[in-house]
Ligand binder design. Structure first.
Ligand SMILES: NC(=O)c1ccc[n+]([C@@H]2O[C@H](COP(=O)([O-])OP(=O)(O)OC[C@H]3O[C@@H](n4cnc5c(N)ncnc54)[C@H](OP(=O)(O)O)[C@@H]3O)[C@@H](O)[C@H]2O)c1
Length: 306
């Protein structure tokens, strides 16, 4: 095992793929000094952005050869389940082929790869008490979940020293994107609409800024294989909505008017939404200095930086 300091010496040796996305922006913001950032559109990341279509193998390898990073955090993905459902081959290119190609490149060059995956690789089997562990078998219900599960396997098959970090539902400032559970909620309320939130869908949500801190920390760690990084509490979408609403507006009467519980069966859902994809983070707690907050603390962190 290489000593920790050999993985990378400064943030400038790290390349962040998908730096224009919701999580990628938090990762770039989380590095105190400029890392190198890939975004398809220049100007969307804090550092001078490097442009490439990552679904194109030639462009991907040209970018990697030009930048020669010592560590890479892959936040690039087709992350919207509905988009994956409509275009499975685009989902396969970004969510399945890209991580395997990054694995091949890391074996060739010795660079560290941290790849971001999702709790939605689970859902087809009931969640165990305490949440899914890393050794639990994936059981995706959607094209998105399937493409991400295949991406994890492809990467770790070719590069067992790589790290796959499965994240849960993320919330907090979109940093200019409209992505994330809290941006969705506040956008609905800003339109004057009542937010209908599932009472029967369970997640272990985490502020995106905390997920970013963990990814940055893990860059300089020798951790390999699968790792679950999520919030410390299993909550329903409705509970998350109430916590966000309370922290922002401190008005229970308004919350009662604006937030309405509903069941997944009340809506026509495509792709189907897993009932419970809670993640167990026991392994992460032994590895990380970054604390994984429960609901109240997480919401305070997320809205303080919003
Ligand atoms: N958001 C969540 O709640 C959540 C939860 C669990 C796991 N995750 C995982 O976290 C990661 C990041 O998700 P996110 O929410 O930040 O997604 P996002 O906001 O949709 O960002 C995706 C990024 O990928 C880039 N990208 C997509 N196709 C590309 C292509 N062909 N070439 C180059 N770049 C391309 C996008 O670039 P453009 O801006 O140019 O499109 C964007 O920078 C994903 O792996 C996702 O599975 C997210």
């Amino acid at each position: 095992m290489r000593p920790l300091s050999a993985h990378y010496d400064s943030p400038s040796e790290v390349l962040v793929l998908g730096a224009s996305g919701f999580l990628g922006r938090h990762v770039v913001a989380g590095f105190s000094a400029g890392c190198r950032a890939h975004a398809r559109v220049a100007g969307l990341a804090s550092s001078p952005a490097l442009e490439a279509d990552l679904s194109d193998e030639a462009q991907l390898f040209a970018l990697l050869a030009a930048e020669r990073p010592r560590a890479l955090i892959n936040c690039a993905a087709i992350s919207a389940p509905a988009v994956c459902e409509g275009d499975p081959s685009a989902a396969a290119a970004m969510n399945t082929s890209l991580p395997r190609l990054l694995g091949e490149w890391s074996v060739e060059t010795g660079a560290r790869v941290i790849h971001v995956s999702t709790d939605l690789v689970f859902g087809g089997a009931p969640a165990p008490a305490g949440g899914f562990k890393e050794e639990d078998e994936p059981s995706p219900l959607s094209v998105y979940g399937e493409s991400k599960a295949a991406g994890e396997r492809g990467l770790l098959d070719v590069a067992p020293d790589a790290l796959v970090v499965r994240l849960p539902l993320l919330y907090g400032s979109g940093l200019g994107t409209s992505r994330g559970a809290s941006e969705d909620l506040f956008a609905t309320l800003n339109r004057g609409e009542v937010a209908r939130l599932f009472e029967d869908e369970w997640r272990t949500p985490l502020p995106a800024s905390v997920a970013a801190s963990a990814l940055i920390e893990l860059c300089a760690s020798p951790a390999r294989g699968l790792l679950h990084v999520a919030g410390a509490e299993r909550v329903s979408r409705l509970e998350l909505g109430h916590a966000l609403h309370a922290a922002r507006f401190r008005d229970p009467a308004r919350a009662a008017r604006e937030l309405m519980g509903c069941a997944r069966a009340d809506l026509e859902l495509s792709p189907p939404r897993p009932e419970d994809t809670s993640l167990c983070c026991d392994r992460a707690r032994t590895l990380l200095e970054t604390a994984l907050p429960g609901l109240e603390e997480g919401v305070a962190i997320a809205l303080a930086s919003a």
